[in-house]
Design a protein around this ligand. Structure first.
Ligand SMILES: [Zn+2]
Length: 304
């Protein structure tokens, strides 16, 4: 997949297609185990078979790892949408699972903190994040020097509470900040941290005198696509299902839906609305518009 002229993105899975932003959207849309399974059939392995670790097939097929990896990707897309639309309020952040609290009162104002915690119950994603953290310290430099995320503004931690008990593992991102830094800037630092941690297994090489970016895993390649889409794209939130999506190269009207099926669902909703407007009761209108009443009401709630 050509990301930009003369820059190629490769992941380490020889014989597989290279990912693009469409792949990122595919993973974001995979909101059930059945859809994750479908994604996996097409794109597995999500985690590396490359130069940093060999994972056996049992581990590769761990759907829970896909679920956890997808969760962070969705979080990043939703946060990006909030930042872009200038809707970074504490309430909106909480609605996407980012917590906010005041740490302490200092002379010059308040210190606050944004944080998220994700319980990791799968081995591969834990290993992946563990590798990402280690690869920075392995270079002998502070990981934050490399990522540009200041140590005072972002702390990423993998926590092992029990004795290697997988049920007790957590991944957290904390962004402590002074009120004068501003909530929106703290959100940007938070997103920087989230993206940066996923780019640890990249290498840049020269191939035929062209810059070649090679990822050790598909997951890292997807996060690079996500970062790259800042050049020509934006994050949106589907008006039908509320899932985030990344739109690139839009011309004219902005895209409103995450997928064709949500676009079709919205057509049905419009029929439903018309029928209700013309006096039909909601139940009958939903039946006639071939839409579930609960779906119609949810779209109504999010579009009005
Ligand atoms: Zn949708």
């Amino acid at each position: 997949m050509i990301i930009e002229p003369q820059t190629k993105l490769r992941n380490s899975r020889s014989g597989y297609p290279d990912p693009s932003i469409a792949t990122v959207n595919e993973l974001i849309r995979a909101d059930s185990l059945a859809k994750i399974e479908e994604f996996k059939d097409k794109w597995a392995p999500l985690f590396s078979l490359g130069y940093w670790q060999h994972l056996d097939s049992r581990v590769i097929s761990d759907l829970q790892a896909y679920v956890e990896a997808r969760w962070l990707l969705c979080l990043a897309a939703k946060l990006r949408e909030l930042i872009q639309e200038k809707r970074c309020t504490i309430e909106n952040l909480q609605s996407i699972s980012i917590n906010h609290h005041q740490i302490e009162e200092v002379e010059s104002g308040e210190m606050c903190e944004l944080y998220v915690m994700l319980q990791l119950s799968s081995e591969p994603f834990y290993q992946y994040l563990n590798y990402c953290q280690d690869s920075y310290s392995g270079l002998g430099i502070e990981r934050f020097d490399l990522t540009g995320v200041h140590p005072d503004t972002a702390i990423m931690r993998l926590m092992d509470k029990g004795q290697q008990s997988e049920a007790e593992r957590w991944f957290s991102v904390d962004v402590p900040y002074h009120v004068s830094f501003g909530l929106e800037n703290a959100c940007v630092a938070f997103l920087d941290a989230l993206i940066s941690i996923h780019l640890a297994d990249f290498r840049i090489a020269s191939a035929n005198n062209t810059e070649l970016k090679a990822a050790g895993s598909l997951l890292s390649a997807l996060w690079l696509c996500f970062l790259d889409s800042y050049k020509t794209g934006r994050a949106g939130c589907c008006i039908v299902c509320q899932k985030p999506y990344i739109a690139i190269g839009e011309r004219g009207k902005s895209r409103l839906y995450c997928s064709d099926s949500c676009s079709k669902m919205h057509q049905r909703y419009k029929v439903f609305e018309k029928l209700v407007f013309s006096g039909e009761d909601a139940d009958t209108a939903a039946k006639n518009a071939r839409i579930k009443l609960s779906t119609a009401l949810s779209i109504k709630e999010h579009t009005s």
